[in-house]
Design a protein around this ligand. Structure first.
Ligand code: ZN
Length: 440
């Protein structure tokens, strides 16, 4: 096979580079066929144990992906057709776009919106540290401060989430809707060895078969527990309710393209078409086979490491909606009626975390007052390791499909559900908090 010939040649030529990049224990260490196969098997095994759970309460659950970029953003070429196809393949029915604003278009007026093939599209921007979902065009708006920007959007009923918390842990913007409690790109940025490897086209070529065989496991190898994000979120929730959402930061812009260039050159480009190296095309191993039936200008090989399907499946924000409309989505996010799940591990549909007393039920995000007999109840479609967090500290750990905890102290309570995957305990689900105030 062409690829294995390429692999052998490149592996021998660049053995020094490989040794330098592989022998380190960050996410790169997970990018080995044996380890990925074991993760794949563990995920498959969970499917057999998965049991549907009926949702209690009046709401319907819909999976959303926030912080999605398309061709409107300078760093993506994604078409709406391929993004909607990826949404459908991953059980997503709400796509919330956060394009990088630019002079040549108005993200609010021209951005993706409406219903397309059953998927609800909501336009927004990634702007000045926020995920903004305004209710009016922001064209020409140049606020002086984050607070001013947030006040403007919030004052007209829009949603504002603080984005990329790792860059703004010290922000105290009043009145925002909430914060990203996980951002895929932030998770990726701290994998220094993996980043170095992915920037090396020669390493990518030798790893092509592995990425093709385990696309989701390879992508999701970057997942870490977002401890710094959650610590900051808990602090912010102590001041006022902040809805936690996950940010896919999906661009589909990591990978490699080999194109047959003029003058019989092979152009090795990144996923957006930027030239990385140029070689004589004849020097590519298996060059004749690669070029068979192709002509100058054609793509000889394409490897995408973050296709929309894999980045959208990795993590999602599940919303409890009255109906599938933009108005209902905005209302659920405002109320914190949502949970975040790494659905690549297992389908989290049906997860629940609520406060109950007598016949009263309070959904995630609710603000309530301590009452006698108040209890927290959780359920999941798999047996999980539960961690109950109160005001940023773990107060209870248990195992099973359900969680039950009598509330004796007020505080902000949120639940985490973890799964054991191939010898590693991994975060699966993060609930939004229940904000329980003292009785007087
Ligand atoms: Zn982004």
């Amino acid at each position: 096979m062409i690829l294995s010939k390429l692999t052998r040649l490149l592996a021998s030529l660049f053995i020094v580079v490989l040794c330098a990049t592989i022998a380190h224990a960050d996410a790169l260490a997970k990018l080995e066929p044996k380890k990925l196969a074991a993760v794949h098997q563990a995920v498959e095994a969970l499917r057999a144990e998965w049991k549907p759970v009926a949702r209690i309460g009046p709401y319907r659950e819909h999976r959303a992906n926030l912080h999605v970029h398309s061709h409107w953003s300078h760093d993506s070429r994604g078409t709406i057709d391929e993004i909607v196809a990826a949404a459908k393949a991953t059980g997503t029915s709400v796509l919330m776009f956060n394009e990088h604003p630019a002079e040549h278009y108005d993200f609010f007026k021209e951005g993706h919106q409406g219903i397309k093939e059953g998927v609800l599209l909501i336009p927004g921007a990634e702007s000045q540290g926020f995920l903004a979902f305004p209710t009016l065009s922001l064209r020409g708006v140049k606020p002086d401060t984050p607070q001013e920007f947030s006040d403007l959007v919030r004052g007209r009923g829009g949603l504002m989430f603080v984005s990329h918390l790792e860059e703004r842990m010290d922000w105290n913007v009043r009145g925002v809707t909430g914060v990203e409690i996980y951002n895929t790109h932030a998770d990726f940025k701290d994998e220094k060895k993996m980043l170095a490897a992915l920037r090396n086209p020669l390493w990518l070529l030798q790893a092509t078969e592995m990425f093709r065989k385990y696309p989701q496991e390879s992508f999701s190898a970057l997942q870490d527990y977002p401890a710094d994000y959650l610590k900051r979120w808990d602090e912010l929730c102590a001041t006022a309710p902040h809805t936690g959402v996950s940010a896919n930061d999906a661009h589909q812009n990591v990978g490699l393209i080999i194109r047959w260039g003029v003058g019989d050159k092979a152009r090795i480009e990144d996923a957006l078409g930027k030239l990385l190296i140029e070689l004589d095309v004849a020097s590519l191993p298996g060059s004749d086979e690669l070029r068979k039936g192709k002509q100058v200008g054609d793509v000889l090989l394409r490897l995408l490491l973050d296709p929309y399907e894999n980045s959208l499946r990795h993590v999602g924000t599940h919303l409890l909606l009255t109906e599938l409309t933009e108005k209902a989505v905005r209302e659920a996010l405002e109320a914190g009626r949502a949970f975040v799940a790494f659905d690549w591990l297992a389908n989290s549909t049906g997860f629940d975390f609520a406060a109950v007393a007598d016949t009263q039920r309070h959904e995630m995000g609710s603000q309530l007052v301590m009452t006698r007999g108040l209890a927290l109840r959780g359920q999941a479609p798999l047996s999980v390791h539960w961690r109950l967090v109160r005001n940023g500290k773990v107060v209870e750990e248990s195992a099973g499909r359900t969680l039950s905890f009598p509330v004796v102290e007020p505080g902000n309570y949120r639940a985490e559900a973890w799964l054991d995957i191939s010898g590693e305990r991994m975060l699966w689900i993060l609930s939004n908090p229940l904000y329980i105030a003292p009785a007087e």
